[in-house]
Each structure stands twice: as structure tokens, then as C-alpha cells.
Design a binder for this molecule. Sequence first.
Ligand code: PEP
Ligand code: MG
Length: 900
Amino acid sequence: MSKPTKYVYEFAEGGRDMAALLGGKGAGLAEMTRIGLPVPPGFTVTTDACKVYLETGGEPPELGVEAVQALARLEQTMGRTLGAPDDPLLVSVRSGARFSMPGMMETILDIGLNDQSVTGLAKASGQERFAWDSYRRLIQMFGHTVMGVDGDLFEQAIAEHKARRAVADDHLLDTAELALLTEEFKAIIRKETGEDFPQDPADQLFRAILAVFDSWNTERARVYRHREHIPADLGTAVNVQAMVFGNLGSTVTSESSGTGVAFTRDPATGERGMYGDYLPDAQGEDVVAGVRDALPISELKALDPRAYAELCDHLRTLESHYRDLCDVEFTVERGKLWILQTRVGKRTAEAAFRIAHDLSQERTITPDEALTRVDGTELTRLMFPRFETRSTDVPLAHGVPASPGAAVGVAVFDSAEAVRRAAAGEHTVLVRRETTPDDLPGMIAAEAVLTSRGGKTSHAAVVARGMGKVCVCGAESLAVDPVARRLTTESGVVVSEGDTVSVDGTAGTVHLGALPLTASDVGHALETGVSTGPLTEAVQGALAHADSVRRLEVRANADTPEDAARARSLGAQGIGLCRTEHMFLGERRALVEAMILARDNTTRERALEALLPLQRADFTGILKAMDGLPVTIRLLDPPLHEFLPDRTELAVRLASAAHPDVHDRELLDAVERMHEQNPMLGLRGVRLGLAVPGLMAMQVRAVAEAVVQRLRDGGRPCAEIMVPLVGTVEELRLARAEAERVLAEVAAETGEALACPIGTMIELPRAALTAGSIARFADFFSFGTNDLTQTTWGLSRDDAEASFFPLYLEKEVFGVSPFETIDQEGVGRLVQLALDEGRAVNSRLETGVCGEHGGDPESIHFFHRAGLDYVSCSPFRIPAARLEAGRAALSDTIAADDSR
Ligand code: PEP
Ligand code: MG
């Protein structure tokens, strides 16, 4: 026969590993009891009991008996009886789920008080007012939480009494007034529920336990769980604990009372040394509620040196026991220190790095463990300048926090204006409904990009992130009017061109005026390698360790020499994706237009010949910046119409011109010829290379000549040529033959041996499914997970994000956008299949990923497990990718620390 389920555990019976059953708080109390810390005794009703209650609507039958037995033992330990008329034992009843849900569920204090025991408490404590204040608190909390009376009714009664006595603070109501209030509270309960406040202490206790179970499903608890991804069926444990009092007055200095919270280190900065707040003559809840201003914990030293020394001692014990930052809630009752709660403390990103580093230096944890305690998201947050947050700042609008950081500038409403003002030294924020490749110069010139449409992977977001530029997109409440050059907020505030705004890409908010900024030391230190203090030292330490354990290489997506150099200084081991389309914009556009408009080969060749030296110079610069490291250059991918003017704009220009321009007419013809319903699925990628004579040859020649030039300059160029959007091996075979032909031509012309690997992107499901064939003609595979996600899901990223994605996220069709974190089940499966089948055919096949997912922490862990050789991401995300690649390697050996 299986052992019957046990629903109640005394603190002495549990331990830290039992958080699932006893909740975080119960496990902490049990652990502290076990290691001899002064914890008021008590017991925990398990989450199992709550689950039964939530499932069946009734508590398990054994619970009553077990609780009564546990209470009897508690009474024995305390030498007092719950609610006894003279010197009663009082208990608190608190929720405590597996994962911390601060303030979301209920707590009831002072259980055991009734019309008799209140007098007993007054006598035993010697403090009549304290006893009556505790009694009215119990009736108020119990009436509201257990009996469902509207809390405002009690607050109103308190307000009336204060008004009558002309006092501003609850504290100033005297004993007589509190006794009257107590009677009024009881009357309110009777009137509202038709029932009396229960005088039986055991009845109070039992009903309070069930009320805590019920509070698992309050609206706010549900909303919180949803946001924090806490499963809805875990249930909460309930902790019943002997009350100790911090509000017994501080009249006798050697026997002071009070309550506080303390951390073993500063949870904001990570600095060593105790940190916290203390509130003399107060109950625990008062500190958390911020009812009165607390004193810094150091003042307890003067108020009660013995309790202070003891507290320091216990904090040291806890930190070395948990081997991490701990926080505690404590109470001093007449000079006696009690610890009421502990847990591994929450901390900022800065503190996370410093604490992990310091604990490792102190040899409390190993460098491997230190690395598991920080993550890439925290590191990215530390690299951006940030605003000093002030609670008084009300944003103009909220949008999607697409690219983190803080930027201040004047609003401008088109790209040219951003460029013009930037040239004049002005900081700008480019405001658009959405951005297109046309906006690129403005995006480069601006400090931040703000759009009213699009999500985290819209053009604005992707490009801004790539550039490490602040971006808030999809701020839908803003009406952006590019013609009138202004935006209007929901509440009617108008921001015109030239007005200063602040964009918080971390929070996803926009503010009027300039918020104060704090620069990031971390970003600077990582780029220069110079450490400027304990935080940068800690970050560099974590990265060095990640580098020493990771298997995945980290490359950059970069297409200018500047970005390449920056990526290299941030630790990139090459370029995994050099997109060539950005090299076709700006002043070169005229040449690209000429190439597109060419009616015969000679004209086209002339245009391509003019582009050749420019492309060669681009590649030479990038190869120089990445000397000795691989540079994967992708042949032109986007459909050509992206390089031509907008169809409507052109048509309007032609229609309104007195003498229509011939060139414009030709352009419009070309635009109309090339117009596609679904350009994403149209003439792009390798299709373009095969369809436009000379284009691919020009690009390959530019690469080959750049390599030759670098070789002649004494460099070590390692260029690789990448063919985009291949769907069948035939396409790659043709493209490869053409590339090899041009490479051989340049080799013959220059006498230099050109060993240039040729590979392909795997970004179409068909390519993944036929990877075995494709691998015969590929030296490498680079997974373009942006397009692979679009084509596997059968949707267009920008359109989907602007239309139904918000709904899908709300309805939890997916928890996170598949463009942000790789969809392991679908797209990931294709990656794995292509990888395995490609390698089976070509054992020397090199494999990487260059879609946005290459910089996403969770996706990096997947790519590590899948067995890819490298990830490639925007320069700015490289440190985080290095860190996560290290963490991924560790997670093979270390199970994630369950207690965090
Ligand atoms: C991809 O599709 O993942 C990719 C890197 O290519 P692009 O984003 O340029 O289409
Ligand atoms: Mg692609």
C-alpha cells in the first residue's frame, strides 16, 4: 500500500529542496529552522492540499486532523494555547507558492484574538493599545479576506474616527477609540454577511487557511502568473507561524522592537555588505507597504547593537549556506531577533554580474556556477545608455521595446531631415509610421527610431538593433503625420518637428523633453577592453570564462568596415553575414537604376562596371577589418524594385509635372514591370542572380579582386561567397559554376591562387528538406532563420506583426514571436534535419545561423544542442551571444540552479 499523502509539515521537517511542496517561503523557513536560525516555530500546509481544494472545491479530509495535531505541537513548543483568554498564542497565516508572487495573495495576522484573549494579550504584553490595535487589524483583515467584506467600509470607519479625534495617523488613535472601532468592525461584518466575526480561534485558523487557498485564483494573482509564465495549477502552500511583535513599542531602549528587511549584499549594485531598512515599533507589513519612512539598517546598530550583531551573523550564515545573495524579513521583539523569511534575493543586472563575480572570487562558487547566474539579456541591458528612472515621468506613448537603450533628440519626420540636422550636429529622433530601406540614411543619422506601426522584427526594429540604435516601434496610440511634420498623442499632445523627445528602448516608452541620461560603462569597456570598475571587471570576467567553455563560435552580421571593426572589438570571430544590398543605396542608386533600366547588354555592363570598383572597395575595407577571420559575403538578395522609387510617389510626380521627365517615365515603367504581389516570394535571392545577366559575376569579381588586393597588401583575407534563397540543388549548381568561373578568371588574370569557399543559405523549407543534395555543392550552410521562419509558417513578417501577432500573443497561440526565439518544434526541426542530412553527405560542411535568432539567448542554446558551428548576430549582440554560448555549453553539465 502506498504511503498516505502528508498535507502538513512542521518547519523542522522540511528543507530547501522542498519548494514545490512547501512553497518558496515554507522551504526557506524549514531550511532556516534546520540550520538553527531563530525562526518562530510553525508549520506549512502543502501545495498538494491546495491542489485538492482547487480541484474538488473542498479540502482533503486528512487536513483538519493533521492541522490540529500540528497546532497542538506548536502550542506545546510555545507553552501557550491559541487564543487562550490569558496570554494567548497568536499565529500568522501566509501564502507561499513555489515561485514568488509578491503581494498577489493573502496574509492574515493575529489569528487567535477574540473578545477575551484581547484582554489577555493586553495584560501579558503590558500594552493595552497594542492589544486592541492587533484585534482591530485581525477583524479588518479577516473580514475582508475571509468573509469577503468590502475593505473600503473598514477604511471609512477608520477615517471617521480619525476625523472625530482630529488626528492624521492611525497611530494616534488611542485604546478607547480602537475598542470602539473594533465593535464597529464587527457590526460591519454582521451587516454585510449576516454572520458574526468568529470567536473560536481554531475556526479562525481553519477559515484563514482556506481563504489563502482561494486567493490563488484572485484576478491579480492570475494576471501576475500569466505575465510571469507561472503554471496555473501549482497552487500555494500556507504557512502558519507563531506571531512575534515588532510593534511592542520602543520605550525601553535595551528591549526595543521593530521590523525590517535586509539583504546580504546590495541588490541594486551588488556591492558587498549588509543592506536594508529598519522600522522601529512596526509590524512586518508596514515595511513592505512603505507606510512610514524606514531607517537604513545601519541605524539598528545604535538602537540595538546586540540584535544588529546577531542579524549580521545570520546573514553571513545564510549567504554561505545558500551560496548566493539572500534577503530576509526580520522582527525584533523586545530585544529578541527573529527571522521570518528568507530567499535567494532578486537583483538588478548590474548586481547579478557583480555578485556572481565576487562570490566566485571569494571561492564560494565556481566560475562555472558564476556563469549560470548571469545571462545575455542582462548583459545587453547593461550595454545601453539608460535613463535615470523617475516615477513622475508620464510617457507620451507606449510601444514595443524593440531595441534597448535611451536616446534624446529632436523629432524629425523624414530621413533627409535627420541627415540634414545630424550634419549640423543636432541629435534627432526619426519618427515614421514605419520605415523602409529608403529611411536608412536617416536611421543612421538619428539617435533613435520611433514608429507607430510594426513589431519587434519590423524593418525599423531589425535595422535599429543591427546598428545598436534605440528603437520603439508600434506605438499605435501616436498619430504620425509626415506631411504636417508632427505627431499627436492619444490625449491630444502635439509634438512638432524640432521638439525634443526622449525614447526609452528598454521600457518601450516615449517622453516629451529630455530625461536625464546615464552612460553605460560596460559597452565602452567591452569595446576598448579597458575595465573601469568592479562592474566592468565582473562582466569581462564572465565573458572570459564563457569564451573558455563555449563550443559555438560567434560571428557578426556586418556590412561596413566600421561595423566589422566594432564587431571584432566586441569579440566577433568573423562575419557570418555581410549583406550586400546596403551597398546599393545612397549615391550608388543612380548606377543601380541604370543597371535595372538597361535595355541592352552593353548599357547594363557599363552600369555594372561602374559598380565594380565601389563594391571592391567595400569588400577590401571589410576584409581588412576582419583580417585573418572568415567573412561570408552574400550575393544580392532583395527584389530589385526595392532600389527603385515608390510607385505612387513616381506616378504623382509624373502626373503633376508640367513637362514629364523622361527618366521618371522609364523608372515608372520599370517599377510597374517589376511590381510583385508577394515580393518576399518573388524575383529575389539566387533567382535574381540567375536572371539578371552579369550581376552575380560583378559581385563575385569584386570579392575576388578585393581578396587579391588584400593579399598584395600583406593581409590574410578569408572571403566566403554565399548564395541566398536557394530552393533546389540546381540553382546552387548553376550559381556555383558561375562563381567558380569568375574566381578562376581573376586568378588567371592576377596570378593569385584564390581559395574561396562557396556555400548557401538554407532559408526555404525545400532547401532544408533536400539538404542532402544541396550539400554536395556547398562548402557551408548558413541558416537564414528569418526567411525560414516566414516560409515555414507561411507568413510575411512585417505584415503579420502589424496585424494578427498581438492577438496571437494574447491568445497564447505562441508565448513569444517565432521571429524572436526560434520555433524549435517546426523551424528548429528543419534546421536539425538539414544539418544532419547535409553533414552526412559532406563531412566538411561548415554550419552556422545568421538570422536574427543568432543573437537570441534561448535560440543560441538550441543551436548549441543542434550542433551548429557558429551563430552570427548584430555587432551589439555579440557579447551576449558569447555569454549565452558559454552558458549553453555549461548546461550540458550543470543542471540549472533550481532555487533561483
Ligand atoms: C534570413 O533570412 O534569416 C537572413 C539572414 O536573411 P535576410 O534577413 O537578409 O533576409
Ligand atoms: Mg533571408
